[in-house]
Write a protein that binds this ligand. Structure first.
Ligand SMILES: [Zn+2]
Length: 213
């Protein structure tokens, strides 16, 4: 038992390490897309700011992303001859709400899609790849996401929205028998499911329309 606990802790530790490594890469890719420059260039700017050790936070902390983008903007502006032609807010990171995903980017995003490979669930660690004006969301540990990163696909900051639409509508049909509703409700209580509303359906179908939370 004790050994198994220890193994579990070790696995969790390696998993956290792995996520942190991915976050480091994701952070540099996000910034490289913000400034439309090579990743090596962003890396050298970050190094000059002595922020290479904590840059991984950009992948999960939108406030830090905005802060560091604001700092690196000065490097980016010095770097381009087009400076007088650039719009002032070119590098301003905007919050963009797209249904259940929030994107922080200076580039406009129109749609968010979940790719077929990994189908992340709310709360999972996720990453976002930009294709045109669309963003494709993957699980952070998805193998396809790893290969997209290898291929240098542009990445953007993604996170789940705070308001969880964890409300489902469930339509059930119960036998018209004494106690069937009571035992169904007892079952829901046992599963720790909260009932928001309950609606009884038309009698000829014997169905019950129930909205669960
Ligand atoms: Zn995937």
């Amino acid at each position: 038992m004790l050994k198994r606990e220890k193994q579990k802790t070790t696995i969790q530790f390696h998993c956290r390490q792995k996520i942190k490594e991915i976050n480091h890469k994701v952070a540099l890719k996000i910034l490289s897309h913000v400034f439309s420059v090579a990743q090596t260039k962003v890396e050298s700017w970050v190094e000059q700011e002595h922020a290479l050790k904590k840059i991984f936070k950009v992948a999960t902390d939108s406030i830090y992303l905005q802060d560091i983008a604001n700092t690196l903007k000065l490097y980016a502006l010095q770097d381009t001859l087009l400076f007088p032609l650039l719009k002032k807010d070119r590098y301003r990171i905007k919050k963009q709400n797209l249904k259940i995903i929030v994107i922080y980017s200076n580039h406009n995003v129109s749609n968010v899609y979940f790719d077929y490979c990994c189908h992340p669930k709310r709360g999972d660690d996720i990453v976002g790849f930009k294709k045109g004006n669309d963003v494709f969301v993957h699980h952070k540990l998805c193998e396809r996401a790893a290969s997209l990163m290898e291929q240098d696909e542009p990445m953007v900051f993604v996170k789940w929205t705070r308001e969880a639409p964890d409300r489902y509508k469930l339509i059930v049909s119960l036998d018209n028998k004494k106690g069937s509703l009571a035992s169904f409700l007892a079952y829901l209580a046992k599963m720790q499911i909260n009932l928001v509303t309950i609606e009884l359906g038309k009698s000829e179908t014997k169905g019950m329309r129930i909205i669960l939370k």
